[in-house]
Each structure stands twice: as structure tokens, then as C-alpha cells.
Design a binder for this molecule. Structure first.
Ligand code: EPZ
Length: 422
């Protein structure tokens, strides 16, 4: 298992290109199952999760070719020969459940393994299942698999989500595009990845209105055709790299960044004393003056503060002046980075979904353990400004969501290298 070795202390200066969004690509790829025609995605990120989704789609008989060094994904599900998504693939990546809606809508049946939980929580998929049942799907749970069928096809209906779910919105939205009649998704997720999916589906001939709001209306069509679609910029990678100069001092321009993707996050950075400026090429970030100020953070569905940036923001607040309170409202166990940051000298008190961070002058480098994707990168951010060396172990978590992190950061002056595992 590889590790990442960071030697803290360097101020960062330079540019970081932001890639296409992992969480957009992971829902855009299953959309290929909705048509026989080729679907091509450009600006795709080169990540292990994308490779996992590729293997899953290929296991169903779809063709997926990674072209131009993985930046372009050329896909076709013309010759599907299976409707079964096996546990050994699904357990590696929960987003695999997103093949359920498209398979059901296009082929009238699907057998998809339940994903099981992960480090940050139980992460059930009940909203996905209830949403598809509201469109007429018949579902049966057997030996850890969802056996879904829609004899005579799905029919339009109203899907009322009891609370916001990104994945359930995506699954139901994709299914609704080929569902006879009108489907209305209420209390739908509003994330930019949902808007990006709707734009792609519309380019494929779907009739969708309201994406980006909490009510999405879909008129089903008989068939969708192919398209070529650019994956939207990754707002979580963007926010992550905006924090690098915030933590180290210096100034970094995140190329491709747009303020609208990270408005709530940027507002908290501004309150903490970090200057964010929109340029013609992206977002330029620098500290306004000396030490960062403590701020409170509460995660919420978009357009609120993203849960996927909570761990990274905590790394900044560990050395802020004053005490910060972070409320994690989306997942039940998303503070596993806290004990690792405390190994570096951070003062953090965790009670349930609340973490209270009392800023210290400076963290001290230490060997730490990555537990999940966003926790791993928060430890790297903390190591950038810590005194001495920080060795982050189990960086396979990191490679799921960040391409070439050591290259992007060392290009701005960070002292960071990948240490090959034993
Ligand atoms: C997506 O996960 C993202 N993953 C997550 O990013 C992100 O943290 C999350 O949305 C919230 O923004 C992808 O897009 C691949 P949810 P998803 O359904 O769809 C509960 C990362 O680091 N829930 O919005 O699984 C759930 O347990 C990952 O890139 C149910 O109870 O998130 C959670 O507490 C981590 N039943 C809350 O709702 C359901 O059927 C929000 O989950 C579905 C969800």
C-alpha cells in the first residue's frame, strides 16, 4: 500500500488545474445504459472510481473505452448481455447502485447487489428503491440483491423524497427519462452534478425541467439517442485545493474553478480571512492577512456547505485563531479524520455530529492513517503546514477521488512525494 510523505512549511504559489467531477462522472457513465447509441464523455477525471465503474459497465456487456489518456470515455451499451451488477464490484463502490434505474427503465429488469455500508455511514439505498417503486417498479430483496422488474414498463408518477438524496435523485431521474407519462421528483437534490446529468440526458433527447431546483419534472420519451457531453468541473476537488494556500500561506489559482460551484464554502473561507477572487481562468485564493480566524460550519445539501469539504475545512481550522464548531448533518460517522489530526497536535472534541476545534499555533507532522477519501486529503492538507514530516498511509482512498495529488501540489512548491508500499 502506497503512502504520501509531506514535509510541511512551504508557502504554495502557482496554478492547479481542476479536473472533471468524480461524482458527476459516476452518474453520467450509467446513463449509457439508457440508449443503444454511443455516449461519449469528455473532461473525464482519471480516478480509480472511474475505472471501477468502467469494469461494472463492461461486466454488463457495455463497451467503455478510455481515450486520450483517460480524459475521454467512449461508451456503448448496444450489446448488453447481462442485467446483473455483482456484489464483488458494487461493494467496492456504492455509486454502482446507479445502474439500477437505467437498467430497469431500458430493459425492464435488473439484479443489483445492495452496496452495503462504508466508513462514513450505513448509507442505505431505501430512497432509491422507494423512488423507483413510485414509478411502478416491482422490487424484491433476496440474498443481498435487489431484484427489480417493470413488466409492461415503468409509468410516470410523483416521487416525494422525505429528505434530500443525491444518488436517489440521480437513479430516479435517469429511470424517468424512459418512463411513459410525466414524472415529478419532489425534494430533489440540487447539486451541480444533478444539473450536469440533466444537461447530458437532455442532449440525449430527454425532456427534463427544473434541475437545480427541488422539483424536477420529466416527460418520458420512447428512446434516447447518443451524445457527447463534457463532465462538469469537480467542485470538491476545487474546494480541496482552495484550502491549500489557505493553510500554507501564498497564493494559488485553481484553473477551471467557478465561484457558483462553491459559493457557500467560499463564504466560510471569506469569514475565516481567506480571499477568493474570480479570474478569467478560475479562482485565485490567498490569505487576507496573518492567522486564519475560527468559523463555524454546518454541512447541508447544495447550495449549503458540502459534507465532502468538511474534513478538509477542519484541517484549516485546526490552526485558526479561536474555537470553531463543525456540525456534520449529512453522514453519521464523518469525523474519522479528527483522531488522526489530533495525533498531529490538533485540539478537537467530538460529540455525535458536532466537532469543536480549538485552534493551536501549529500542527506537528506524524504518521497518520487515511480512513476514507476526504479524510485522506484533509491529512495531506494538514501536513502541508505542519512542522516536520507527515506520512499518510492507505492512500488508495485518496486515489479514488484525486488524480495526481502529489504532482498538483508539488507544482506549487509543496514538499510531497508518494512512497511505494512494501
Ligand atoms: C453522494 O453520495 C456523493 N457520492 C457523496 O460523495 C456525497 O457525500 C453525498 O452525495 C452527499 O452530497 C456520489 O455522488 C458518488 P446521499 P450519496 O444519497 O448519493 C442517506 C465523496 O466523498 N440516505 O445524498 O450516497 C445517506 O446515508 C462521496 O465523493 C438514506 O438514508 O449521498 C446520507 O446520510 C462521499 N437512504 C444522506 O441520506 C438513501 O436511499 C445523504 O446521502 C440514500 C441516502
Amino acid at each position: 500500500m502506497d503512502s504520501i510523505l509531506v514535509t510541511g512549511g512551504a508557502e504554495l504559489r502557482g496554478e492547479i488545474p481542476i479536473a472533471g467531477a468524480k461524482n458527476a462522472c459516476l452518474t453520467l457513465m450509467p446513463a449509457t445504459l439508457l440508449t443503444d447509441d454511443p455516449l461519449t464523455l469528455t473532461n473525464a477525471p482519471r480516478l480509480s472510481d472511474i475505472r471501477t465503474m468502467t469494469v461494472l459497465l463492461q461486466s454488463l456487456g457495455a463497451e467503455v473505452s478510455a481515450l486520450q489518456d483517460g480524459r475521454v470515455l467512449a461508451m456503448s451499451s448496444h450489446d448488453l448481455n447481462s442485467d446483473r451488477a455483482d456484489y464483488d464490484i458494487v461493494r467496492k463502490m456504492r455509486a454502482s447502485i446507479l445502474v439500477l434505474g437505467p437498467l430497469l427503465a431500458r430493459h425492464g429488469h435488473a439484479v443489483v447487489s445492495l452496496p452495503g455500508g462504508c466508513a462514513i455511514g450505513a448509507r442505505p439505498v431505501d430512497l432509491h428503491l422507494k423512488g423507483l417503486e413510485a414509478l411502478g417498479a416491482q422490487l424484491e430483496l433476496k440474498d443481498g440483491y435487489v431484484h427489480a422488474s417493470a413488466p409492461g414498463g415503468l409509468r410516470g408518477g410523483v416521487v416525494e423524497f422525505p429528505f434530500v438524496s443525491v444518488g436517489a435523485t440521480e437513479n430516479v431521474l435517469m429511470a424517468a427519462t424512459l418512463t411513459k407519462g410525466t414524472s415529478v421528483l419532489k425534494n430533489a437534490a440540487r447539486e451541480p452534478e444533478i444539473v450536469d446529468l440533466a444537461r447530458c440526458l437532455r442532449a440525449m433527447g430527454a425532456q427534463i425541467e427544473g434541475e437545480g431546483t427541488d422539483t424536477i419534472e420529466v416527460q418520458g420519451v420512447d428512446a434516447l439517442h447518443g451524445a457527447t457531453h463534457p463532465v462538469v468541473t469537480d467542485r470538491i476537488e476545487l474546494g480541496t485545493y482552495m484550502l491549500a494556500p489557505a493553510i500554507t500561506g501564498g497564493e494559488v489559482e485553481c484553473l477551471g474553478g467557478k465561484l457558483e460551484l462553491v459559493a457557500a464554502f467560499a463564504e466560510r473561507l471569506d469569514a475565516a480571512g481567506i480571499h477568493v477572487e474570480e479570474t478569467s481562468r478560475g479562482l485565485k485564493v490567498a490569505r487576507k492577512n496573518g492567522r486564519v480566524s475560527a468559523v463555524d460550519v454546518e454541512t447541508a445539501p447544495f447550495p449549503g456547505f458540502p459534507t465532502d469539504l468538511q474534513a478538509q475545512m477542519m484541517a484549516l481550522l485546526c490552526t485558526a485563531q479561536g474555537t470553531s464548531v463543525l456540525e456534520e448533518k449529512i453522514f453519521e460517522n464523518r469525523f474519522m479524520h479528527a483522531p488522526e489530526l489530533m495525533r498531529m497536535g490538533a485540539e478537537i472534541d467530538v460529540h455525535g455530529g458536532t466537532a469543536t476545534v480549538t485552534g493551536v499555533e501549529r500542527l506537528k507532522g506524524a504518521p497518520v492513517m487515511a480512513t476514507d477519501l476526504r479524510a485522506s486529503v484533509s491529512l495531506i492538507l494538514a501536513g502541508l503546514a505542519a512542522e516536520g514530516e507527515t506520512l499518510v498511509n492507505r492512500v488508495y482512498h485518496l486515489d479514488r477521488g484525486y488524480e495526481r495529488v502529489e504532482e498538483k501540489l508539488s507544482a506549487c512548491g509543496a514538499r510531497i512525494e508518494r512512497v511505494q508500499g512494501q
